[in-house]
Design a protein around this ligand. Structure first.
Ligand code: FES
Length: 251
């Protein structure tokens, strides 16, 4: 008899664990959807900030890395104002792995987004396709799941008219980065801004105090190289160009 009771207890505990796990998975899926909704409201900080832990980090090559809930929410608002005038985010196929402790999780999902993006030369509204993947660390704090780290990797950010076969990313220039798919080799990034072969050096720095920055690539990869020459993580873009634009506009 006591064996049977023991088995029933074990069974009930197992069911309880499974239910908790299913509830956690659903909460994290809802968290991802809440993030998408906040993004589609112009990256509204009031909607986005409460989805992150206090010490959270948000990162995307070409847009920068931001630490701290309030800082990252303000930065996302700035990105929406500068670069994404309208958007519809589809967060697709989330894959969530909950840590056995039940206190943290890893999440991966795909992004497919239609967006209105200003043309970098004319500032005219242009339709764009944006696609990529998200990797996130999620933590449970006071019974609530929150993002602690979110990394967005863009795979395309392509003007609708050109399509991604002809133009996979926006064109780089002196106020936005260059997205470059590089083969294994040594490269020299132009630091002076005078090169005619941006973002790479063509020797035009001679006679100036500037020196190009060497970049070793050991496998084929997409890198986002600074075009404004003001980055703090040379040769890579760290999002500083967004602040320059804000300064120029008096933001
Ligand atoms: S282009 Fe992004 S920091 Fe320079």
């Amino acid at each position: 008899m006591s064996d049977a009771i023991g088995e029933i207890k074990e069974l009930l505990l197992g069911i309880r664990r499974d239910l908790d796990c299913m509830q956690d998975l659903e909460s994290i899926r809802n968290l991802i959807t809440s993030y998408a909704r906040g993004c589609d409201r112009g990256n509204d900080p009031e909607l986005l900030a409460p989805l992150f832990s206090k010490d959270a980090t948000w990162e995307c090559a070409g847009f920068g890395t931001y630490h701290g809930r309030e800082t990252l929410a303000a930065a996302l608002k700035g990105i929406a104002g500068e670069k994404i005038w309208w958007s519809l985010h589809y967060m697709i196929s989330p894959q969530i792995e909950i840590d056995p402790s039940g206190a943290s999780a890893k999440a991966f999902w795909y992004l497919w987004e239609s967006a209105t993006v200003p043309d970098s030369d004319t500032n005219e509204a242009e339709p764009h396709w944006i696609g990529g993947t998200y990797d996130a660390e999620v933590v449970k704090q006071d019974g609530k799941w929150l993002f602690r780290k979110m990394v967005l990797k863009l795979n395309i950010a392509s003007p609708y008219a050109a399509g991604w076969v002809r133009q996979r990313f926006p064109k780089g220039n002196d106020h936005q980065p260059y997205f470059c798919e590089l083969e294994p080799d040594s490269y020299f990034w132009c630091a002076c801004g005078r090169s005619k072969n941006q973002p790479f050096c063509d020797g035009s720095h001679k006679g100036t105090e500037h020196r190009p920055v060497e970049l070793e690539i050991d496998r084929r990869q997409l890198v986002v190289l600074c075009g404004c020459k003001r980055t703090g993580t040379r040769p890579f873009c760290d999002g500083t160009h967004l602040n320059l634009k804000l300064e120029k506009n008096g933001g």
